[in-house]
Design a protein around this ligand. Structure first.
Ligand SMILES: Cc1cc2nc3c(=O)[nH]c(=O)nc-3n(C[C@H](O)[C@H](O)[C@H](O)COP(=O)(O)O)c2cc1C
Length: 367
């Protein structure tokens, strides 16, 4: 039986101290030049305590990739020291450090900087009030973005990270290429399901090549995805099962399914089977799966491991209670009260506070 507090070894040898993962969470708190702020450094150091691994906030791989204000960047070598501080803040408190690499595509917040160029697979606006019609990327520009991801991966290795996670979830650019809603391309990156997956598959092959070039043998490469979209047409479970089967053939270290609840079932298929179970059946132990969503107690974490997840990500609960790992270990209930002393960078605390009702329904309060 899997235990929360036991070491976990990835297939290329990286060992982490337990199965708890800090979920990737944007902090909106970098310095204005998009380097890591002191507040973020303190936050990551405190949240690393007792975690097997920490996945950083979505980190922009080039200028156009930036989706939010004050989002840290890995766009070029000028950001190496900032990234080094981030890796060190995490690793010096015992967790493995995973840099989440990101391009927001059509979901980028307009007006972040002058002459912003919002791009996507095709010129199709997202169903969001704030969204604008993006510019369709030329084929050569798609390859440029793949280069930006691989350069950011090389930078992560140089900065001392233990791995990267490719952010293919939550409606951002990688997902936009895979989705029939946002991808109407007629070149090699669009059309059939296989062609819509080509951006992702090419990117995965290229970061694996970086790892070989840099002799970073135990460097961890993970892939995060969202299994379904509400859009019509949009990604359905059938697409996702195809995608995870293809990803499981690659020499990467984990998959991370982004769900609001670790026990979610499909929003389209009326089959009442857990999404996790359907994914686990397809990957059939070829690659570990990280679960996330409403994992807030020891019982839930144990249940998640029983369902078949290999590692478990903590989001909001780890923001509210910096001692979440120790509390779970000691069978105590983590706190759901956000206070100014929760150790969160101020813009993150203020942002979460604006979510009000959604959080209250989950029992979170503010002091
Ligand atoms: C403040 C905040 C920022 C987030 N930023 C990211 C992000 O940068 N990348 C990402 O993949 N998911 C992001 N997420 C989603 C979380 O990783 C996680 O999937 C979600 O919070 C569900 O887990 P929970 O129920 O434990 O909070 C964010 C969530 C929160 C609350």
């Amino acid at each position: 039986m899997k235990k929360i507090f036991e070491e976990y070894k990835f297939k290329h040898g990286k060992v982490i101290q337990n199965r708890l993962v800090l979920a990737p969470m944007t902090t909106y708190s970098s310095n204005l030049d998009l380097t890591l702020s002191k507040a973020e450094e303190r936050y990551y150091h405190s949240r690393a305590k007792g975690m097997g691994m920490v996945i950083t906030a979505a980190t922009a791989v080039n200028k156009n990739a930036q989706a939010f204000e004050r989002q840290i960047s890995a766009r070029d070598v000028r950001y190496k020291d900032s990234l080094k501080r981030l890796a060190t803040a995490i690793k010096s408190n015992g967790a493995a450090a995973i840099l989440q690499l990101h391009h927001g595509g059509r979901m980028n917040m307009p007006g972040l900087y002058p002459n912003q160029d919002i791009v996507s697979a095709s010129s199709v606006k997202a169903n969001r009030d704030y969204a604008v019609v993006p510019r369709e990327l030329k084929t050569s520009e798609v390859y440029d973005i793949i280069d930006d991801f691989t350069n950011a991966c090389r930078l992560a290795i140089a900065a001392g990270f233990d791995g990267i996670e490719l952010h293919g979830a939550n409606t951002y650019l990688l997902q936009q290429f895979f989705s029939p809603h946002s991808n109407h391309r007629t070149d090699e990156f669009g059309g059939s399901r296989e062609k819509r997956a080509k951006f992702i598959m090419t990117l995965v092959d290229r970061v694996l090549q970086v790892k070989r070039d840099e002799n970073a043998d135990d460097f961890v490469i993970g892939y995060r995805f969202s299994p379904e979209e509400i859009e019509e047409p949009g990604i359905r479970m059938e697409d996702t099962l195809y995608l995870v089967n293809e990803l499981a053939k690659k020499d990467i270290d984990y998959l991370h399914v982004s769900l609001g609840n670790y026990k979610a079932t499909s929003i389209h298929d009326k089959d009442n089977v857990l999404i996790a179970t359907r994914i686990l059946n397809v990957i059939s132990r070829r690659i570990p799966l990280i679960g996330v969503g409403n994992l807030e107690s020891r019982d839930q974490l144990e249940e998640a491991l029983e369902i078949g997840y290999d590692l478990t990500s903590l989001g909001l609960i780890a923001l509210a209670d910096k001692n979440v790992s120790a509390k779970i270990k000691n069978n105590q209930t983590p706190s759901k009260v956000f206070t100014k002393n929760s150790g969160l960078p101020a813009p993150l605390y203020e942002r979460i506070k604006t979510w009000g009702k959604g959080l209250e329904s989950r029992g979170y309060t503010f002091e």
